[in-house]
Design a protein around this ligand. Structure first.
Ligand SMILES: [Fe+2]
Length: 283
């Protein structure tokens, strides 16, 4: 079938000419996957996928992760993000599902709380609010390249502590005593080698709360500087969703964050997240 690839300014690419509901042949899939690794994030408009089609596409990339608090999902391999309950009524702001997603408003890569974090994320818009709910993306390879030699030296060989319990507290969404909000912290190298492209990337985010072996007063200025380099506005892509947009990104290269939205409006997103197969390799 073939497809067109249009780079987006400043990062990412839009893919045109695919109808994923009808499937994708192996040569196109290989090119799509390579495009995601190369561009970090790709946008496909007008892809009204059923949950089963969405999961089947995800399975071409690997094994989907299964999330917590996913009981309403139409498919166990699909994470349902919604602010409406099964009865159609708005979820209470105290609902554990809304508390859990609040953490996504900080810059992060998906599933860095795991020893082996996620590779690809396939994120589809079903119902979008009239304003808000955008997703912002930045490229962690460009972040690494934007650092001065001194800044690179401050990160190389270091280990970042990805601490979701602290991140939940920072984003105000914690539920004391609930084990989901008290995940143990995980160590990952701050400088990372992309296992497919061989690129060096900066593995930082707002979920990295400390640098192993450094006192907080030394670590925090370094983490702040690294994050600033990663999310420099001139290198950020902001995506405003239309219904049936499908975004696919490579978490080994990209950092992203969600924008909040007015909870009076419905928002329904379908997310399939692909489990990694190897530990993070230091760059
Ligand atoms: Fe995310």
């Amino acid at each position: 079938m073939g497809f067109e690839l249009h780079p987006i300014d400043p990062i990412g690419a839009e893919i045109r000419g695919l109808d994923l509901a009808r499937g994708i042949d192996d040569p196109d899939f290989d090119r799509l996957r390579r495009s995601i690794v190369a561009y970090g994030v790709v946008v496909l408009r007008d892809q009204p996928l059923t949950p089963a089609q969405h999961v089947a596409l995800g399975r071409r990339f690997g094994i989907p992760e299964r999330g917590a608090f996913n009981e309403d999902t139409p498919d166990p391999d699909l994470i349902l993000l919604t602010n409406r309950g099964r009865d159609g009524r708005m979820l209470s702001p105290d609902d554990v599902r809304l508390r859990l997603v609040a953490i996504n408003e900080g810059w992060h890569t998906d599933s860095s709380f795991r020893e082996i974090p996620a590779t690809f994320s396939l994120f589809a818009a079903v119902v979008v609010p009239p304003v808000g709910g955008d997703t912002f993306f930045a490229d962690l390879r460009l972040a690494w390249e934007a650092l001065s030699p001194d800044e690179q030296a401050s990160a190389r060989g270091r280990v970042g502590i990805h601490d979701y319990a602290k991140a939940f507290a920072r984003f105000g969404s914690t539920i004391p005593g609930n084990p989901v909000f008290e995940l143990p912290a995980v160590r990952h190298p701050l400088v990372r080698l992309h296992p497919e492209s061989g690129e060096t990337t900066l593995y930082t985010s707002e979920h990295v709360m400390a640098i192993e072996g450094l006192p907080e007063e030394e670590a925090q200025p370094i983490l702040d500087r690294l994050l600033r380099a990663a999310i420099a506005p001139e290198r950020v892509y902001r995506h405003s969703f239309r219904p049936f947009d499908l975004l696919i990104w490579d978490n080994r290269k990209m950092i992203h964050r969600a924008q909040g939205f007015d909870p009076a409006h419905a928002r329904v997103m379908h997310h399939v997240r692909i489990a990694g197969t190897e530990r993070v390799v230091a760059g």
